[in-house]
Each structure stands twice: as C-alpha cells, then as structure tokens.
Design a protein around this ligand. Sequence first.
Ligand code: RUG
Length: 841
Amino acid sequence: VESSIPEHMREAWRKYSPSGFTTKDQFETEIVRHIETTLARSLFNCDELAAYSGTALAFRDRLIMDWNKTQQRQTFADQKRIYYLSLEFLMGRALDNAMLNVGLKNVAKEGLADLGFRIEDVINQEHDAALGNGGLGRLAACFLDSMASLNYPAWGYGLRYRYGIFKQEIENGYQVEIPDYWLDFNPWEFARHDVTVDVQFYGWVNKYTDDEGKQIVSWQDGEIVTAVAYDVPVPGYGTPTVNNLRLWSSKASSGEFDFSKFNSGEYESAVADQQRAETISAVLYPNDNLERGKELRLKQQYFWCAASLFDIVRRFKKTNRKWSEFPDQVAIQLNDTHPTLAVVELQRILVDKEGLEWQTAWDIVTKTFSYTNHTVLPEALEKWSVPLIQNLLPRHLQIIYEINLSFLQTVERRFPKDRELLGRVSLIEESQPKTVRMAYLAIVGSHKVNGVAELHSDLIKTTIFKDFVRIYGPDKFINVTNGITPRRWLHQANPRLSELIASKLGSYEFLKDLTLLNKLEPFVDDKEFKKEWAEIKYANKVRLAQHILKTTGVSVNPKALFDVQVKRIHEYKRQQLNVFGVIHRYLAIKSLSSEERKKLAPRVTIFGGKAAPGYWMAKTIIHLINKVGEVINNDPDVGDLLKVIFLEDYNVSKAEIIIPASDISEHISTAGTEASGTSNMKFVLNGGLIIGTLDGANIEITREIGEQNVFLFGNLSEDVEDLRHNHFYGDYQVDPELQKVFDLIKSGKFGDEGSFGALIGAITEHGDYYLVSDDFNSYTKTQDLIDETFKNQDEWVTKCITSVARMGFFTSDRCINEYADTIWNIEPLDVAEEKQVRART
Ligand code: RUG
C-alpha cells in the first residue's frame, strides 16, 4: 500500500500504539480526559449526557484498536469474506453492548460510580440507532453480532439514513409520527471522507463498435451523486474480532452548492442540487411488509448497491486475482429483494467495465450471490415499473432484459411444450405498466435461495416459487431458521437471569454455545433455584410496571399476569384478534358478581408497535386499543382484574425492558403469513411462555420445547385457503361471542364507531381474510387455559425453566454457521494467537 509507513520506522508506531484501558483507574482517566478535552466540559457541568459521551468515547477507543487489527488480520489472511447487504440494520443502543462484548461493564460501573453516576442512567442517555422497521432489520443486527462473535470475516453494507424509523406518540388514542433525527452526537460512526463512490443516475446508453471491432456499451450523462462511507464498529462477544458495518451517505458530487447561482442571488436553486442528492439517504421508508414502488426508494436501492459493489470490487482488485476467483473471495447475501439490483450491477461492471464475456460474467455473478426471502405476502413482494427503471437506470434495464432472455431460453429448452410456464416465470410481468419481478430476478441471479423458518421455506417452494423449483431442482431452495443473539437478548436485557443461569452452569460459556442451556433442566426441581427464578421475573415486572406508570399514568399490579404483544401493527399479525379478546374478557368480567370476580386471575394486556404512516387499518387498530384501554382502565367494576396498556414508541431499547417482564406473549398471525417471527424466540429465552398459531418459527419452538409448554390455537396453514373460500361461498357466520364484542363496539362504548366499523366490516362483510372469526373461539378458550395454568405458579415456573433450557437452537450463532457452511462456503478466522497476546498484556 503506497501510504503505509516504511518498515524501519514501524518500531516507533508499535511502541506508541495505545493498548486501551483494562482497569477501573485507567477507565476513569480515559473518561475524564474525554469529558474535559474532547467534549470541553468539566466536573462543574458534567450531566448524564456528558457522562454517556465520555464513556462511549472511552469504549470506542478500545474498539477502534481491535477494529483496526481485525481489518488488518482479515486483509493478511486473504480469505473469503461475506458481505451482508441489508437496507435495514436495527441496531438499538451500542454502549451497553460494547461494554458487555468487551467484558468491561463492571469496570465501567465502578468507575462511573466513583465519578458520581449510575451506569443505568448513563446507558439510558443513548439514542437508539433505529435504521430499520422490525424483524428484518433486527435480524440483520443479530447476524452482525454473531458473525463478529464467531470471527467470520464479514462486512455489513447499508444506508446511513439521517432519519431512522419515526418516533411514535399517541395523542387522543391516535398514532402521531415525529421525525427521528438521531445523528446529533453519534460516537459510533466514523466518516470516511476519503472513501467515496460516484453513483450515476438517468442518462442514456451509447452502443458502438470501437476501432478493433469490439462492441462497447457506455452509459452516458445523467446525474452523479457521491456516496460517502460511514463505518460502524461491530464488536464480537469475548473475542478480539471487531467487524465493520459500512453505511453510505449521499451528497452532491460537486461537494458544494452552485456558487455562480448563489452570487447572482438565486439562493434556492443554488442549494437545490445539493439537497436533491442528500435526499437519497435522508429517510428510511417506514413500511414493514409493504412495498410501494416510489422512485426515491429505487434510487436508494441503486445508490447503496452501486456504492457497495464498487467497494467490494475495489477490494478484490487489490488482490490481483483473476476474475474467475471472485466467488472464492466474495460471498454476497441479499437480505430480501431490496438489494437485487446488485446482481445487475455486478454483471454491468464485469461486462461493460471489465470486458468479460456475458456468460463468463454471469457464472461469476450467480456463484457470488444468494438471496433470503422473508415473506409470502403479495403486497410485500417488490415489483418495479419498467418505465421507472428505464428512466433512472437505462443500462440496467437492458441487462435485466438480457438476463431474462437467456433465462427464458433455457426454460424453453427444458420445457418446450409449456408456453404458460414462460409467462409465469418471466422476470417481466406483462402488466400495465410492465414491471420487473424482483424476487424472480434475485432467484435467477443467486446460487441459493433460503426461507427463514421451516414452514415458510416449504411454503415458498410450494406457492410463490413453485415453478422455479421445477426449473432449478429442489436443492437450490433451502431453509435457514432465524435466530437471535443471546448476548443482547438475554445477557444484556436480563442480566439477573443470565447471572442465575451462569451460577448453575458454572460459567457464561452458554452465551457462546447456547445449547449448553440444556444443562439447566435438572434444576427444575430445585426449590431455591425456582424461587430465585420467580423473583427475577417479578423484579422485571416491577421495572416494567414503573415504566408503564411513568409513560401512561396507569398503575398496574406486577402480580397480575403480564400478557404482551409487541411488534409492528399489521392485520396479518392480528392485534385486532387480541383486542377483541380483551373486550370479550371485559364482557365476561362485567357479567360476574363481585364474589365470582374474586376467583379470576388478574391480567395486564400490553401492546406496543408502530403502524406504517399510510396504513389506515393498522392505525385504526392502535386507536381501538387505546380507546378500549381508556374505558376498561377506568371502570371501577374491573379494578386490577384487567388493564390494557399501549406502550408508545416500541423500539429495541424498550424491547429490552418489556421482553424480560412478560409472562405470556402473543404470536398469533394467521397461519402461513408470518415467515418466522423472532420476538417469539426472545420471549421464551427470557422465561416467558407464548400463545401462538402454528405459524413461522412457533412451530419449531414448539418442537424444541415441547407442546406442553406452548399455548397453541387456531387453524392450520393448509386449511386457510378453503376457509377463505368458505367465507364467500359457504354458509359463513361470525362467531357468536365475537358478535357480542362487535355489538359493544358498535354501541359506541369506545367512541369512533365509524372507523371501528371498518375493522368489523373487514370481518363481517369483506371475507375475513385473516380468519379472525374462525380462530376466535379457539383463541379465547386457550386464554382461559392460560389463566388456569398461571394459578399454579410452581407448574408455571417449571414450564418456563424447561423452555429456556431447550432454546439452544434459536441462537443466531447456529443460524450464521448454517449460512456459512451451506451457502457462503466461508471459514472463521483463527484468533487464538491474538487472544493469547491479549491475555499476556
Ligand atoms: O415478517 C418477517 C418476519 O416474519 C421475519 O421473522 C423477519 C426476519 O426474517 O422478516 C420479516 N419481514 C419480512 N420484514 N419485512 C419483510 C418483507 O419482506
């Protein structure tokens, strides 16, 4: 490398290279230095935010050193890397995670106490990095943690949105969206102003033959926007590996506004270009499981794919290898279809820029990419309008057509008599306007396609991608069941439970090998252990009750059963089923005498989650929950027997408080609609039980922990189609108990009969697509069973402990190892030597 220091001068570097703090005194020195010099504050004006900043900077220094070494080690090792392309990374807070992964949280706790701060207050100052909508983005974050913890040479690539997912406020029961500007002070990112890529849009394609008779294709003119890299360190747990997450930010390629316009007084148009460029990475699209086909979104996708591909190719070219070796050095995972243009972009680079033959290039492309599908919902499957692509990316559209032609020719040769098949699998849908089916493009451009839970992987093979299984054979389509990182979702979120488990297992090794949890099972009869277990759950519930009181003003009894449903609000996730169940319970309470009421099990039903701003039905569900809460929480007949809470602005850091406090959580999607779900795993790992349908990962969770430990209900996915048909053509009637709930809503008891009427109408008049009525009886009966079971606390705790002991499978470490072995073909890097060096120092 040209800019590196000559060998004979490196000694000084090595001598003075900082080694980072390890003791409390060193930590205090670092934090005070940062507060006084970096932040220019002093002990006279050091508030909690300054203490957070100082602590974060001290830990950041440590991470940077490991990060630099990791990058050097990976470069020297020169082995295959995995690049994880995701438009969303829902990272949450970084400080607590960094402290735990580095293993110095206690040092920080004591050091901060000496300096006058409680570590919890300091941690709470951090703004969540919320660059994602829900499960898909959080999965990407768990994967980064696992890839680093397992020492895989891995990079994440994403967009550095200036605004993450909006903040949700509830006003008069309605969701209100507030922009989430999160970059005021972000010590976890490093602007690499020297790492930039110019990305082209619009323009036209010039095809000509050069003097040597070679076909040249050149994409000309249009608009250039510059991508600037921002790097975020991703520390592994208990390892020196710190991987890199590279996020791209957009800026005008000229760098500045137009000075000549400025001088002539045209201030607005002088900055217009700059603003247009910056708009690309300005805001995360707030839709979960919904695609809307907007040009800016397509621009975001291409901007990010082009910058990432340029960067990956640049790194590969430094190794001076032949192009044929590209797939031996590079694996690229497409997280959903959002990065599918990367397939087209790599083909463009190889053919137009590097001069490879079409087929040679295409072989490299398909060996490099693999694609994860996360949904079968039609409204979430991306389709881009052909005229839109034609205008924005004219060369890419040509390449897509060429890929399609060659693919359809292959299909035709294999299935010569099946004309309809060609129409069905074509990458182009002959609609008005024509569209590009991005999932099909991703399949054709990849060597492996995976679903995210067994049922889901089976469903994609038998429904949306059935024809492709025929064409490519079944081996291309595999399942990798999702997982979660136990570092954040047990150790960080529930430190007391983690400590109790460690005390029984003898170490924290289970955080690296979650299957060790099975050693807990023999302790299910240990009275003292069970008592401590129950005490920890109770303490977590007290903490949540305090949060509820502070944020909603409602006082809840921590001894009641806490029933939680927190996730994005979506009709398929069926929060409406839950709230109808709540009203049913309310009616039941009201019908009892005060003596009979004493026998009931008190319950707190807790909801949380955001609705996409344009999703009216989802917003109406939020409104109904809040209105139902207002009535029930203020009804003296009900008292502690039932409380209904909607927690505002559900996000990763709130999940860390809510999940450990749950007794029962709800994963009640219509069978066949939730690809996996991952919060189901988090809740069980934290000693909560679940009520769920036979959908997504609920099925595998049940298999692992045992049917006796799960409250299952509802129709099966194989029956959904017939049931839906029956709603229109059979003698369909709404469940009579549900009808009573509807009658109460319609009476105006909860206000706003008009819009709530639409929620009811979806079920009574518009075919009940999500099978709310079909599953209602089974749902409420199962809730009654939960009440009964909860009364026997000893039996309940036994179920919880047994379940936790059997959750080893659901770590994202297992999941990442499966991707590495079956899809990426990559090996972890050996860090034993580095660990020894560290142990000696
Ligand atoms: O809805 C799915 C979840 O079931 C799944 O657990 C998660 C991670 O695999 O991805 C979610 N998802 C799907 N988010 N967006 C989509 C649309 O493709």
